[in-house]
Structures are given as C-alpha cells and as structure tokens.
Ligand binder design. Structure first.
Ligand code: SF4
Length: 477
C-alpha cells in the first residue's frame, strides 16, 4: 500500500527532463504546495481510466504554468485566463480527447472570468480543476478575487476590505446557478479525509467527461505556504480555520447521473458548402474562369498597343499605379517613335509580386491590341497560353493563333456609347482586371482620378472601367 502511494503515476514522466538539469525527479512547486497533491491525484486518475494517451491538459498562467513538465499527456499552454476557451476548441475539434482546464484563482476568477462562465454555460464537455489558494502565488502574493476579507497580501497589506475591494468571489456558487454544468463540487486539501474527497471529485469529473456528460467543475481549496507566509502544516490549518467557513466544501450540483451523453452537432462542410453558406459562391464561381490564367502567369507581362491618341500609354500608367496600391512590383516602359505619327504606340507593363528583372515585354503573356497594326505586330510574340484582348470595334480580323486565349471586345464602340471614344482604354482596363482579377478593378479609380487632367471626364472614365468589367462578366465568365 505504502509503495503504491509513493509510486509515480504512469501519467507522469519518469524523469522531469523539461524542468532542466536541477533535480529532475521533483516538481518546481514549493514544499507544502497543493499543486503537487492535485497533480498526483489527477495523474493517478488518468492512469486508472487509461486515458492519458488521449488527454490534453491545458495549463494556465500561474504557478502551474509548468504542468507540462510533469504530465505525460498532450499539453498546451493558454494565455492568461483563456484555458476554458482553448479547451473548448480542443474538445470540439477532438471529441474523443479528454480535455482538462487546470487553473488558479487569479487566472480563472479574475482574468478569465468571462471564459469560465461562458464555457460552463455552454456546458462544454470538459473538466475544469480550479485551484483556489486565495492569492496570486506565482507573481508574489498579490490579492486575488478569492482573497478572504481581512486577508493580508502584498497588495492588501492592511487586509482586504469589502468597502474597497469587494467580497471574495465564490466560483462554485456562481457556476452552479447555471443550467448546463452537470457537476460542481468544492473540496479542500486539509487532511486525509478532504484529500480523499478531492480524489473522488476529480475521478468523478473525469468519468463524466469520458461518458460525455458535459461540464464538470472542481474547486480545490489549496495551500500556498509561501504566499501565506506559513509552514505547510500551518497552511493546511489555515484552510480549515479560515477558508472553509467562507468557501464551504460540498457538492453544489450533480446532475451527472441523469444527464444524457452530450453530442456535439458536427458536420464536415466542403469548401463549396462553406462558400454557399457565406453567400460567396457566386464570387468564387466568377473567379473560376481566370484562376488558371493568373496561376500560370503570376507575373503579368503586358504589351498595350494602339494608335497614338488611343491612350495606350495612359492605360499602362494607370494599371501600374493601381498595382502599386496593391503592393505589387511594377514597371512601365513606353515606346515612342514613328508610331506617334500614325503607326502603333505601345508600352510594356509588368505587374509582379517579386522583383522585376527586365521591364521589357518582349514576349508578353497579355497583349492588348487596340488596332489592327498592333495585332499584326505583336500577335506572334505572345507566349503560348497567353491572353490577347482585341478591340473588335476596329480590328477586322480574328487572331490566327489557337494556343492563346482571346477576348474580342468592342472597346471603341462601348466608349462611344458613354460619350467619350477616348475612354476605350479604360474599358479595356476594366475588362483585363475583371478577367484576371489580379487586383480589384476599383483600385484603378484613384489612379484615374489623378491621371485625368480634365475633371469633367473623370466620371466617364470610371464608368468605362465598369463597362469593361460588366462586359467580361456577361461574356467571358
Ligand atoms: S507560491 Fe504558492 S501556489 Fe505557488 S508554488 Fe509556491 S506554494 Fe504553490
């Protein structure tokens, strides 16, 4: 019997290597600290039920922050007070696991007050072990929500005064008023009897979870000899003489016998179903037609070509400016020359998410041909799989190649209908951005406002972009 009591539970590591080289056989807790007792009881319970391999212990901020040194289970560290929220996520994602939220009084009743109340109210199928030692032990003995009236701490050196700091919070009493929790008990670590009761309570709480009964909450009045500046024996007496009158040791709620096994409503959704629920399916479907193209050509190399006066250079500038708003790397190189007197004017534009090597679009993956000579001049330079946008208002012939994508858009005609033939370049920008969705077409709006010097034409140009978007949606989606 003695050997059994002294034996290290299997749910503990044999050697606490994570603790470091100094005394890896013992815990970091102070002599007489209640955490040691509770850890041992918990580890023995996990052994008894054989669930250590599917147990996840959520450790809090506080003296038990290093619980993962000792428990040979899945361990996770939660931000201060957030252990019940983390435990909720773990349990819901892994319903077969046994999830334990292990927390001190500062962590649970102060910083994490909202988390514990709401996890309890949802009836999460987890086990919460609440170690109440009426003080912030780890940080030097400050007043906690459970500090007793009159109790001296480093932040209440004259004793806690209700008129100033309110009364100690009784968590079991609060949680047991909620409908969902199935088991709420307060125990203590004072003597053999209370320690045995703590063992039974923790055992029952873990069993409840194994049986999917729901939320169990065990509060343990636990000695903190260091924070209380008492010897271990005095600390145990202090619990009996001071804490237990304010925090009665009893079962507050136990509906676990009658509780039906809790089943989480879980459904695996496909990506398509998620989009449908969120109302984004239409958006996604709109994207499908261009996804391949942008994937194949993440660096967009454009040649925009047309007559002088068709605004091909401006179209390039606006695309580059809009792409900069998107934090893309850009380059824009105009080509002047005899084209300005009736031939083809053109510019090379590169939009990329990495640094651009050469700014020349010798072999573009996008050709915008605003007129016939431009198509004649550059059709063969487009890389296989590339895109050619043809201004079908002016270009009379079809693209000869069969290894490229082609959009025929009556750019000039559409712009004329808006009252400004010169806005054909903007129709084209809208069409290109809508087809590739390399960025939101509205990003071009700011650049247009800055580039168009005659303010009366701004709105028509913006409308022209939208017309290009509409045309692609209706004809090439
Ligand atoms: S300060 Fe208190 S709670 Fe923290 S380890 Fe020491 S005795 Fe335990």
């Amino acid at each position: 019997m003695k050997a059994q009591l002294l034996a290290k539970p299997k749910s503990f590591y044999d050697i606490f290597e994570r603790k470091g080289k100094t005394q890896p056989q013992t815990t970091h807790y102070c002599p007489g600290c209640g955490h040691g007792n509770i850890h041992k009881i918990l580890a023995e319970t996990l052994d008894e039920f054989g669930v250590a391999d599917r147990t996840i212990l959520v450790s809090p901020v506080g003296c038990s922050v290093f619980a993962y040194y000792y428990f040979d289970v899945g361990n996770i560290q939660a931000a201060h007070g957030r252990a019940p929220a983390v435990a909720t996520g773990l349990k819901r994602a892994n319903p077969e696991s046994i999830v334990i939220s292990y927390q001190g009084d500062g962590d649970l009743a102060a910083i994490g007050g909202a988390e514990i109340i709401n996890a309890a109210n949802r009836g999460e199928n987890i086990t919460v072990i609440f170690v109440n030692n009426a003080i912030y032990g780890m940080t030097g003995g400050q007043m906690a929500p459970t500090t007793l009236v009159g109790q001296r701490t480093t932040t209440s050196p004259y004793g806690r005064k209700p008129s100033n700091e309110g009364y100690p919070i009784r968590m079991c009493e609060i949680i047991s008023t909620l409908e969902s929790p199935v088991y709420v008990e307060r125990t203590a670590l004072v003597d053999f009897k209370t320690i045995s009761r703590t063992r039974r309570a923790i055992r029952k709480a873990i069993k409840n979870q194994i049986d999917n009964k729901g939320f169990s909450f065990i509060e343990v009045l636990s000695p903190c000899p260091t924070g209380w500046k008492l010897t271990p024996v005095e600390a145990q007496r202090w619990i009996r003489d001071n804490m237990m009158s304010y925090f009665p040791v009893q079962v507050f709620k136990d509906t676990s016998e009658k509780a039906e096994p809790r089943v989480y409503e879980q459904k695996q959704y496909t990506d398509r179903e998620v989009l449908e629920i969120l109302g984004l399916l239409e958006l996604e479907e709109e994207k499908e037609h261009d996804a391949d193209f942008v994937r194949k050509f993440p660096e967009q190399i454009l040649k925009i070509a047309g007559f002088g006066g068709q605004g091909v250079l401006t179209a390039g500038v606006i695309l580059a400016a809009a792409a900069m708003e998107q934090d893309l790397q850009v380059s824009w190189i105009p080509s002047y020359g005899p084209e300005m007197r009736g031939g083809t004017a053109n510019c090379s534009v590169i939009l990329s998410n990495k640094r651009i090597g050469s700014p020349l679009a010798t072999n573009p993956n996008v050709l915008i041909a605003m007129n016939g000579p431009s198509l004649d001049a550059f059709e063969d330079t487009v890389v296989p799989g590339g895109l050619i946008i043809v201004n079908s208002s002016i270009v009379e012939r079809k693209v000869k190649r069969s290894d490229v994508r082609v959009m025929y858009i009556p750019l000039t005609e559409m712009a004329s209908k808006l009252g400004l033939t010169a806005a054909a370049n903007m129709v084209c920008i809208g069409a290109y951005l809508e087809y590739t969705k390399i960025m939101d077409y509205r990003l071009a709006f700011d650049a247009i406002r800055k580039s168009i010097k005659k303010k009366k034409y701004v709105d028509i140009n913006l409308k022209a972009v939208e017309e290009g978007v509409r045309f692609v949606k209706e004809n090439y989606a």
